[in-house]
Design a protein around this ligand. Sequence first.
Ligand SMILES: NC(=O)c1ccc[n+]([C@@H]2O[C@H](COP(=O)([O-])OP(=O)(O)OC[C@H]3O[C@@H](n4cnc5c(N)ncnc54)[C@H](O)[C@@H]3O)[C@@H](O)[C@H]2O)c1
Ligand SMILES: [Zn+2]
Length: 384
Amino acid sequence: MSVIEQSFTVKFEYKTYFTKEVFSPENEIFRNVIAQDGSKGRRKLFFVIDEGVAQTHSALIPQIKAYINKNNELLELRGEPFIVEGGEAAKNDINLVNQILQAVNDYAICRHSYIIAIGGGAILDMVGFAAAIAHRGVKHIRIPTTVLSQNDSGVGVKNGINTFGKKNFTGTFRPPQAVINDTNFLVTLSERDWRSGISEAIKVALIKDKDFLEQIIADMPLLNQRDIQAMNRLIYRCAEMHIQHIAGKDPFEMGSSRPLDFGHWSAHKLEQLTHHDVKHGEAVAIGIALDTTYSFLIGLIGEEDWKKVIHLIKSLGFALYHPALSLTEDNHHLIIKGLQEFREHLGGELTIMLLERLGKGIEVHQIDNYVMVEAIGKLCELNK
Ligand SMILES: NC(=O)c1ccc[n+]([C@@H]2O[C@H](COP(=O)([O-])OP(=O)(O)OC[C@H]3O[C@@H](n4cnc5c(N)ncnc54)[C@H](O)[C@@H]3O)[C@@H](O)[C@H]2O)c1
Ligand SMILES: [Zn+2]
């Protein structure tokens, strides 16, 4: 027998910037990210923009063109920006990925060129996937425009689209070149999208940072009044915790646990059962309420703490319950299938995060379905 051993490490580094008006002429972040990438010559840029953003920020595309013009020794726009309908539809249509690949071919976008995505989490996931597979990886900059994408999905390393009726079934782990969070985008969000991403902050606070949880509780009235400073505080800390977590132990999720996915096994299933009528962040709020209630029912946390979490979620205007949680087939709750699907997606042993106390999560490998159904009943009552 003969063996050749192979072992190497690939280092990834990227920065997440927090700014305002990223394409105003005097803002140098975008150009500097590109100037410092180690390549030479003019870099070709291809933009994909969320339609919801393009419509509400009509000056954006002219601003991008002027910005590139001003920096034309370094930047070169290839093609017109590709405007794509935002929301989950973007991840359900594989043709969009093909259209981006077509553009990469047509505009001679190479591995030293950039695909820039501006939009919500769905657009970023879809474009990130296309960028990862074109030429086995074209440089990619993410400019997230929703609360959820600025504090969670856009600052991480995952991308993907939905195939076979399953969320994120096809995708890769691929760090971006940079992430640029521009607070100005947030002002045009719908009420639902303003609120939706707050649940991801509650999630990390509950499993890792009690002080952050108290800050969210204190800021709750301001968040409800759409106070941008309170939202920026929330986004910054939440993004920071996600970024730290990724670097921490298992950036490409080789293990079976996904510690930051508290409340997510049911959230993913609920999104699927409601055909995405319930948004990701809204589903996560319900998922957090459910797993917090379960944690209370099995004696992990006390009643006071349980009520505190439920009160926060409800006061922010989230629903605690959706009728799809109670859908059954052959006397089995369909939502419970989400446990199995969550395990399959990760591989290995079932690993679910629950709460040991406020600010500290605990992983378990078994869920009592009867107690989970009891928790669903409680949420149905509390939601009234
Ligand atoms: N990759 C990851 O690690 C990860 C993590 C969490 C969630 N996600 C994914 O993120 C997606 C949800 O993302 P989302 O919550 O950002 O919503 P979204 O991308 O579905 O966008 C919601 C809506 O807001 C519009 N929009 C976006 N920015 C806007 C702005 N500034 N002003 C006005 N309208 C705007 C969009 O057009 C869309 O209609 C889900 O597909 C979820 O699976 C991915
Ligand atoms: Zn999430």
